[in-house]
Design a protein around this ligand. Structure first.
Ligand code: F6R
Length: 272
C-alpha cells in the first residue's frame, strides 16, 4: 500500500481529485467506482471544478457506486443516489445511462446484486475505486465479519454505522430513521478494481487507520483486505495518520519518490 500523509483534508481532497482527473485523462472511457459519505464530498467539488474550469470530460466515463440504503427510493433526500446527483452527477457531463447506483427499492435485492456484479464485469471492470472508511473499518458497507471474498449483496448495518450516519445525515438522535440494511459491493468486488484510492481525514479515523494499515488482515476490519491488493493508494491527513506506528517511514518513502529512479541510481553510481 502506498501511504500518503498530507497536512489536512483540503490537501487530501485536492490530491484525490487530481488522481481521478488523471485517470479520466489517460482513459476517457474509464470505469470509476464511487463512494458517498462526508469524506469524498470536497473531492467531488474539485472534480466539478475540473469539469467547469478545465473542461474535464465525463461523457464517456462509467460509474458504479459502492452502496445504497435498502428501502430508500432514489429520490429520497438521504439516499446515496440523491447524494451523488447533488454532489457530482448534476454538475458534470456524465451520461446518465452510464451511471450506476445500487437500487434501494429493488423488489428482489439479491437478484439485483447479481445483476450489478454482471454489469460491472460487462463494463470491463472498475479502473479506479474511490473509498472512505467507517469507524469500524468497513469499506462499502462491508461491516465487521463480512467475508473477504464477498460480492455485492444485502448487508445489515452495525449500530455504530447507524449512529454515525444518523448524526451526519439525519441529525443527532434520529437513529430510528436510518435504514438498517444496505446493498453493497462486496470486499472481493472492491478488490477486483485495477486501482484503489482510500481517503481518511480527522482524528476520529486515526485508530481504525492504524488497524487496517498496520494490523492483521481480518474480516473484522474489512479495509485490512486492501493489504492484499497490489495497487492501493491511501491518502490520510495528519490527524488520521497520527496513530500510525510507521508514520516516519511512510513519509520517508514519499520523500524518496520525489527523486526519479534514474537520477537516484546515477547519484549512487557516482558516489561509489
Ligand atoms: C459510502 C461508503 C462508506 C463510507 C464510510 C465513511 O458509500 O461506502 O464505507 O465511505 O462509512 O463515511 P464518512 O466518509 O462519512 O466518514
Amino acid at each position: 500500500m502506498e501511504i500518503i500523509i498530507v497536512a489536512d483534508a483540503q490537501q487530501m481532497s485536492e490530491m484525490a481529485a487530481g488522481i481521478i482527473r488523471d485517470q479520466i485523462l489517460v482513459k476517457p472511457d474509464c470505469v470509476l467506482g464511487l463512494a458517498t459519505g462526508s469524506t469524498p464530498e470536497a473531492t467531488y467539488k474539485r472534480l466539478v471544478r475540473h469539469h467547469t474550469e478545465d473542461g474535464l470530460d465525463f461523457s464517456q466515463v462509467t460509474t458504479f457506486n459502492l452502496d445504497e440504503y435498502l428501502g430508500l427510493p432514489p429520490t429520497h433526500e438521504q439516499s446515496y443516489h440523491t447524494f451523488m446527483q447533488d454532489r457530482l452527477f448534476n454538475h458534470v457531463n456524465v451520461d446518465p445511462t452510464r451511471v450506476h447506483v445500487p437500487k434501494g427499492m429493488s423488489a428482489d435485492p439479491e437478484a439485483f446484486a447479481s445483476w450489478y456484479e454482471d454489469e460491472i464485469e460487462a463494463s470491463g471492470g472498475i479502473d479506479l475505486q474511490l473509498l472512505g472508511i467507517g469507524g469500524d473499518g468497513h469499506i462499502g458497507f462491508n461491516e465487521p465479519g463480512s467475508s473477504l471474498s464477498s460480492r455485492t449483496r444485502v448487508k445489515t448495518l452495525t449500530k455504530q454505522t447507524i449512529e454515525d450516519n444518523a448524526r451526519l445525515f439525519f441529525g443527532e438522535g434520529q437513529e430510528h430513521l436510518v435504514p438498517r440494511f444496505s446493498i453493497t459491493m462486496g470486499v472481493a468486488t472492491i478488490l477486483d478494481a485495477q486501482r484503489i484510492l482510500l481517503l481518511a481525514a480527522g482524528a476520529q479515523k486515526a485508530p481504525i487507520c492504524q488497524k487496517f494499515i498496520e494490523g492483521p488482515v481480518t474480516s473484522m476490519v474489512t479495509a485490512s483486505a486492501l493489504q492484499l491488493h497490489p495497487a492501493v493508494t491511501v491518502i490520510l491527513d495528519e490527524a488520521a495518520a497520527s496513530k500510525l506506528e510507521h508514520r516516519g517511514y511512510y513519509k520517508w518513502v514519499q520523500e524518496q519518490k520525489k527523486e526519479e529512479y534514474p537520477a537516484a541510481l546515477r547519484r549512487i553510481a557516482q558516489a561509489l
